[in-house]
Write a protein that binds this ligand. Structure first.
Ligand code: PLP
Length: 851
């Protein structure tokens, strides 16, 4: 069965509606001024806000605080959103279009009000309306809590993708978990990270809509009964031990231009009325009640581990819970149009698995097709293996998901049987390809025959999906060469690349209004929809007047961030200094500690030679560490302790300042990125799958200092070697170093500066009265073997920083570099990523929604 042959009738209907809409899609002016169809002016918007203050919130203009104004403003926008949502859903229903279903355990949405206003072209209208009501829109926007239902890059990618899908008018739905608590709020106490619960819904969420009419029930635990059908065929029946209710909450996803509004459907778990009579009869009344309580804990909290696999039972249950609810939802919708005829299923449905977190959907669909719909195995497998596509996000072994067979037997007794059957048939394929080769069988098997048998979710995903993609060119190459080479031989063409992207609506238009305005004045205002147009700025890169305008915007953004830094930390920074920013989750492979070692080296140089020539620099960090990741927390502590020392050392603090901004999240990123001169992207080559922070910063005119890793390589190709500072060992050199036995002590003894700064960490210089508080850091880079080659890259990094400093001192050179970084980012719009997915994998048709 092929996914390429999208239904003819659908295609015909779509092209019909395309014709009808061809006029309304033309003018980009419409996006700036709002859609004609919305037709809401300042007066009407004011009235709507006031009406919501009165009728929804029960307050008035005199009593309302900013929070009430935020709610009323959001409600006024939501009126427009819901109108377009209805039209979109009706259009999709009537056209019965093929749609992509984006399964992701994480959606890191951030705030929605500002983006929804921009996407409807209502930002200026709302701003003016609130002004007349005596309210500052920027203050109102600050009231919105971030929707932080994700850890970092993977979750933010999902959010950018659903923005692009709606903007490009593709029928799409995001499926995820309605966590009661998103990623923890980070506080810094005496330099150390403290985790506090996130409570994004405590005072209500104006965007979400509960859909009790679409509640689903899913099963857990219990046992499997083997029965025989009329013709003597084996049939399996799962007798569950518990049933959990999934309540869907819909978040509207407004496309830029406000035409298509798709939904993000998030499942909340609730206890069902199901009472486990078996347990009750065995005298387990309390246990039976306990299961009801536990049902509600499934969607209680997001696991805060980025790039590590937790292996916890509740996490597997979360994964199954949202995958199974989503599949039922998809099948319910399919059956409404096609009844029990499964032959069109793969024409209508494609499911993208964002990492292996939802991979349990593969055996779940098999269960539905074989046990429920009573299809024979081959027919079912043909449908199933043409439905799923899988995105790999990492090569780090600790991030490759594996579940103990025993755990899966207990929670999902029927699924483990199905997985064994999938594996059994797959092993026969492997035997055909490599007769008698047991080593290959052991490697490719879904079941790892270790001491404790494990289910390898990556292998299951590659076998069960029709397409597998990495997220940047180098990463996809390594997926083929190192992670799944035999799969690549067995299924030629299945493994492919789709380089990540970011939405320029959030990450330039909305977050950096000054630069957006400057760009629009220079090259027109259609760049948010066609980011390659930014290349039109290139011809002004050497133009003095444009350089001045560009750098004046940067300076204003730096002034604004300096105020924010002062307000958040009390630290005063020199806004003429280089704003050097490293923002991302804290992980050894991302090497915040390489940045820190270099700062310590600069500090030493300045103490030894007060005339050491460097432009003043403010090193700004934002990073959360997983609560159980001790070394990551020590690195945060070290950054803060070094900051305390240096910031108060009058000998050097006119040259170096260090700022750690607590609680890094989407809304903080939006304030930091426009103000960055320098973007730190310094992961060990081969470890960062793509990165997307690198794209956001370059788009806003920051110059990257980075390794040849992830999308940095493609960024370097776009901006050219003169406009980026590349340093460090390449993937090949890293492999060579490791192969011949990497010895960090060699670097320690050979380089005085390395030795001095590492020894410094061992003293109590930065942690008075607590000697050894930072020793584990030094230890990891020496006796610990320095697994991420910090010391091997130190000298090259230090040299690149000297070049960078020299470039910054040449104002014209730097302005040119900054402009060209913005100009050359066209490739990294998530619209291009989505276009790649559509062409290579999803084979979707646009479905234009009438105004
Ligand atoms: C973009 C983004 C990330 C990903 O950053 P990387 O540097 O690519 O790891 C993480 N967190 C937030 C809040 C983001 O906006």
């Amino acid at each position: 069965m092929s996914t390429t042959k999208t239904s003819k009738s659908t295609t015909a209907k779509n092209s019909g509606s395309k014709l009808k809409n061809s006029k309304s899609a033309s003018s980009s002016k419409q996006h700036e001024n709002g859609l004609a169809s919305l037709n809401i002016n300042k007066k009407q918007f004011k009235d709507a806000v006031v009406r919501h203050l009165h009728c929804s919130l029960g307050t008035d203009e005199n009593k309302a605080d900013n929070h009430a104004w935020w709610k009323a403003t959001s409600a006024a926008i939501q009126e427009q959103v819901l109108e377009r949502l209805r039209t979109t859903q009706k259009t999709h229903y009537l056209n019965d279009t093929r749609a992509v279903h984006y399964f992701s355990a994480e959606f890191l949405m951030g705030r929605l009000l500002s983006n929804n206003m921009h996407n409807f072209g209502l930002f200026e209208t709302a701003n003016a309306a609130l002004q007349e009501l005596g309210v500052e829109l920027s203050d109102v926007l600050e009231e919105e809590p971030d929707m932080a239902l994700g850890n970092g890059g993977l979750g933010r990618l999902a959010a950018c993708f659903i923005d692009s899908l709606a903007t490009m008018e593709y029928p799409a739905i995001g499926y995820g978990i309605h966590y009661e608590h998103g990623l923890f709020r980070q506080e810094i106490k005496n330099g150390a990270q403290i985790e506090r619960p996130d409570s994004w819904r405590d005072y209500g969420n104006p965007w979400e809509i509960c859909r009790p009419e679409s509640i689903q029930e899913i099963s857990l635990y219990g046992y499997v009964e083997t029965k025989y059908g009329k013709n003597g065929q084996i049939q399996k029946e799962w007798h569950p031990g518990a049933i959990v209710k999934g309540v869907p909450w819909d978040i509207p996803v407004v496309g830029f231009g406000g035409k298509t509004v798709n939904v993000l459907r998030l499942w909340e778990s609730q206890a069902s009325g199901y009472f486990n009579w078996d347990v009750f009869n065995a005298g387990g009344y309390v246990d039976a009640q306990r299961e009801n309580v536990e049902a509600e804990t499934i969607s209680k909290v997001l696991y805060p581990n980025d790039e590590t696999e937790a292996g916890k039972e509740l996490r597997l249950i979360q994964q199954y819970f949202f995958s199974a609810c989503s599949l039922k939802d998809i099948i319910r919708r399919y059956k409404r149009a096609h009844g029990d005829n499964w032959s069109r299923f793969t024409d209508q449905v494609v499911i993208q698995l964002n990492d292996t977190h939802p991979a349990i959907a593969i055996p779940e669909l098999m269960r539905i097709l074989v046990d429920r719909a009573q299809l024979d195995w081959d027919t079912a497998w043909n449908i199933c293996s043409n439905t799923f596509a899988y995105t790999n996000h990492t090569l780090l072994p600790e991030a490759l998901e594996k579940w103990p067979v025993r755990m899966m037997e207990k929670i999902l007794p029927r699924h483990i049987e199905i997985i064994y059957e999938i594996n059994h048939r797959f092993m026969q394929e492997v035997e055909k390809k490599w007769p008698g080769d047991n080593a290959i069988k052991a490697k490719l098997s879904i079941i790892e025959e270790s001491n404790e048998k494990m289910v390898r979710m990556g292998n299951l995903s590659v076998i069960g999906a029709f397409a597998v993609n990495g997220v940047a060119e180098i990463h996809s190459r390594l997926v083929k060469q190192d992670l799944f080479p035999e799969f690549d031989q067995l299924y030629p063409g299945k493994l492919t690349n789709v380089t990540n992207g970011i939405t320029p609506r959030r990450w330039l238009k909305a977050c950096n209004p000054l630069l957006s305005e400057l760009i629009s004045k220079k090259i027109g205002d259609d760049w948010p929809l066609e980011l390659s147009k930014l290349d039109g700025l290139s011809e002004f890169a050497d133009n003095k007047t444009f350089q001045n305008s560009f750098m004046r915007v940067k300076q204003k953004n730096k002034d604004a961030l300096a105020k924010e830094i002062k307000a958040l930390t009390g630290i005063s920074v020199d806004t003429k200094a280089i704003f050097d920013i490293q923002i991302k989750r804290l992980h050894e492979y991302k090497r915040q500690h390489l940045n820190l070692l270099h700062i310590l080296a600069l500090y030493r140089r300045l103490l030894e030679n007060p005339d050491y020539d460097m432009h003043p620099r403010v090193f700004i960090f934002g990073a959360k560490a997983a609560p159980g990741y001790a070394l990551a927390k020590t690195i945060i502590y070290a950054i803060n302790k070094v900051a305390e020392k240096i910031n108060s050392d009058n000998r050097v603090n006119h040259k170096i300042k260090i700022v750690f901004l607590p609680n890094y999240r989407v809304s903080l990123a939006e304030k930091m990125i426009p103000a960055a001169d320098v973007s730190q992207q310094i992961s060990t080559a081969g470890k960062e799958a793509s990165g997307t922070g690198n794209m956001k910063l370059a788009l806003n005119g920051a110059v990257t200092i980075g390794t040849l890793d992830g999308a940095n390589i493609e960024i370097a190709e776009e901006v050219g070697d003169d406009n980026i500072f590349i340093f460090g060992n390449t993937v090949e050199q890293v492999n060579e170093l490791k192969a011949k036995g990497y010895k960090p002590y060699d670097y320690y003894y050979a380089n005085k500066e390395i030795k001095a700064v590492l020894d410094w960490l061992d003293s109590d210089y930065f942690t008075p009265g607590q000697p050894g508080a930072l020793s584990s850091l030094k230890q990891s880079m020496l006796d610990g073997g320095d697994p991420y080659l910090v010391l091997a890259d130190f000298e090259s990094y230090s040299q690149a920083n000297i070049e960078l400093d020299k470039a910054y001192k040449d104002k014209e050179r730097w302005a040119r570099m900054a402009i060209l970084n913005t100009a050359k980012m066209g490739k990294f719009t998530s619209d291009r990523s989505i276009r790649d997915y559509v062409e290579k994998i999803w084979k979707l048709e646009k479905c234009q929604v009438n105004s």
